[in-house]
Design a protein around this ligand. Structure first.
Ligand SMILES: C[S@@+](CC[C@H](N)C(=O)[O-])C[C@H]1O[C@@H](n2cnc3c(N)ncnc32)[C@H](O)[C@@H]1O
Length: 190
């Protein structure tokens, strides 16, 4: 269940179809995807142990045997992934770090997106959601700067709506309850 990340070198023996969720929180989105896509292997990376325990319970009760968990910082995992191995990536409601002096902690930044560009395969899909206006702008600016990705929005509906294969997470529910409108950004790996 738990995936150990090597300190040096790349991970080997990964599934042909691999999806990655960064900061899965309580794991509800990851468990949803794993249950509906049994031919896909999914790695979830999350340092918050409470969330890991919740997902482990779901893995056990729902028999999600193609899920692997990394209990660590996503950047350590990204470094260890081989080029072009990830078909889909998800970063849902990452911590917004609203204070300017904390912006450097934002997980969506040029370096992380460059690593995602390296590990994702061509035509792979990256989904990022946020309910934070300023972070949403920051995410979009970062992604539009990144040559490896193309934003897949043609009309407002494309970023205002989740779509049926994208379930609500705990943070989205909280945001909506508190009156914030999330955005759902989709990018294609060029
Ligand atoms: C606001 S929560 C959102 C959780 C979940 N995605 C959701 O939508 O309910 C952000 C999550 O990202 C995790 N996180 C923060 N920094 C991280 C990092 N460097 N690598 C992986 N996960 C991280 C946090 O522990 C937290 O669970």
């Amino acid at each position: 269940m738990r995936l150990e990340v090597p300190e040096e070198g790349r991970l080997e023996g990964l599934p042909e179809r691999l999806w990655l969720e960064i900061g899965f929180g309580g794991g509800e989105h990851l468990a949803f995807q794993a249950a509906r896509n049994p031919d896909v292997g999914i790695i979830g990376v999350e340092p918050f142990i409470g969330g890991v325990v919740k997902l482990l319970q779901r893995i056990e009760t729902d028999g999600l045997d193609r899920v692997r968990i990394v209990v660590d910082d996503a950047r350590l995992l990204l470094r260890a992934l081989p080029d072009g191995c990830v078909e889909r990536g998800f970063i849902l409601f990452p911590d917004p770090w609203p204070k300017k002096r904390h912006w450097k902690r934002r997980i969506v930044n040029d370096a992380v997106i460059a690593e995602l560009g390296r590990v994702m395969r061509r035509d792979g899909l990256l989904r990022i959601a946020t309910d934070h206006l300023d972070y949403g702008r920051w995410i979009l600016e970062t992604m539009l700067r990144a040559d490896a990705f193309e934003w897949l929005a043609e009309r407002p509906h494309d970023w205002r709506e989740r779509g049926p294969d994208w379930p609500e997470t705990r943070y989205e529910e909280k945001a909506v309850r508190e009156g914030r409108k999330p955005v759902f950004l989709r990018f294609r790996r060029r």
